[in-house]
Design a protein around this ligand. Structure first.
Ligand code: CP3
Length: 339
């Protein structure tokens, strides 16, 4: 059986499971080699290559779960927006903020078929029973990219201004993004993913009251649809801060915590039935002394000793400047815990 799936189902295990957001590609030399030959879009569109990159961190680092090699921006693509992935990050051709008359978006589900082919290929290739995490973006994060068109301004100021100017009419768009995400998530479940994560990476860019009123009901609908298939769900509302106290009815099995909230503080805000995932600061994975890493791991290990419904992960994703050796060291340290 899998220690990751056992933990998601609330079983006590002798150590926490470990996987990292953005573990596929990024810091792997084998991935860099592949990227010299293929663009990011080509890699994720070819089921064999996507399967190879998905499983790379499993053999490179020994993580306890694989995450599908794809992107949250495939939903805007399926809604009819054109997205390119140059090295500087994703770029939309027709971001909503820059359109003079708002383009009518229509969801074309067949545009996502290549991703289900990749899931089938991963399931054929991986070891039987090894968990595969499927995912989509949260409705706000997906909207912010669609409106702003790039993430070069991490505050998404234009997209937020556009949001406030069109708050009630944008409810329809959030609902449309959610409907497409539900269809996409349910098909991932049909094709045999073992768990599902909702990446609301930019959830903290709206005041938490606004997020909870306008966006959170859509998130709950998405999580409920996935949960109805029996698939465990992890919700990552990055930057929600004290808003965490108001998501106890989210329906997810686990909530992923960023590095701005300590695990004990998050534990106080979230009910016991919700497990915590997180929240090691990924910037520590760029330090040049292993001792710094070991010291930084201590509070998380102490937390785990008292709170077993826990998955070790980062407060956000790996970045290209994180070193292979540091990542390997942290994973090995977590995997030797035993009590
Ligand atoms: O472990 C994994 O990384 C699995 C696959 C995955 C990717 N993107 C592949 C990718 C996942 C889960 C995502 C999610 C995603 N994509 C999010 C939410 C989570 C997060 O990390 O914030 C967001 C906001 C995006 C949008 C996006 N895609 C950005 C901002 C970028 C550029 C910066 C970067 O590297 O993340 C991408 C490109 C992207 N998505 C790459 C990969 C491997 C880099 C492509 C490359 O140049 O090789």
């Amino acid at each position: 059986m899998s220690i990751f799936i056992d933990t998601l189902h609330g079983k006590e295990t002798h150590r926490p499971p470990v996987w990292f957001m953005r573990q596929a590609g990024r810091i792997s030399p084998t991935y860099r080699k592949l990227r010299e030959q293929y663009s990011f879009q080509q890699l994720m569109s070819d089921p064999k290559l996507a399967a190879q990159v998905t499983l790379m961190p499993v053999s490179d680092f020994g993580v306890d779960a694989a995450i599908l090699f794809s992107d949250i921006l495939v939903i805007p693509q399926a809604l009819g927006l054109e997205v390119d992935f140059p090295d500087s990050g994703p770029v939309f051709k027709n971001a909503l903020c820059r359109q003079s008359t708002t383009q009518k978006l229509t969801y074309n589900p067949s545009k996502l078929n290549y991703i289900y082919d990749a899931i089938d290929e991963i399931n054929r290739t991986k070891q039987d029973g090894f968990p595969l995490i499927g995912f989509c973006g949260g409705p706000l994060t997906t909207y912010l990219f669609m409106a702003q068109g790039t993430s070069s301004n991490h505050l998404f100021s234009e997209a937020i201004k556009y949001y406030y100017n069109n708050r009630s009419s944008l409810q329809r768009l959030l609902a449309q993004i959610t409907d497409a995400s539900i269809d996409y998530a349910l098909k991932q479940c049909e094709h045999g993913i073992s768990a599902f994560q909702v990446f609301e990476t930019y959830g903290g860019l709206l005041p938490s009251e606004v997020y909870l009123k306008d966006v959170y009901p859509h998130v709950k609908r998405l999580i409920a649809a996935v949960k109805a298939t029996g698939t465990p769900v992890i919700y990552f509302p990055k930057g929600l801060g004290t808003g965490l106290a108001h998501i106890n009815d989210c329906g997810a099995d686990f909530v992923s915590i960023d590095w701005q909230v300590s695990l004990p503080d998050a534990r106080k805000m979230l009910d016991k039935h919700i497990g915590l995932q997180g929240n090691f600061d990924p910037r520590l994975l760029s330090v040049n002394d292993i001792q710094i890493l070991d010291d930084a791991l201590l509070p998380i290990i102490e937390y785990w000793k008292k709170n077993r419904n826990f998955i070790f992960n980062l407060g956000h994703g790996l970045t290209p400047d994180n070193t292979f050796d540091n990542v390997k060291h942290v994973i090995e340290r977590i995997k030797t815990l035993n009590c």
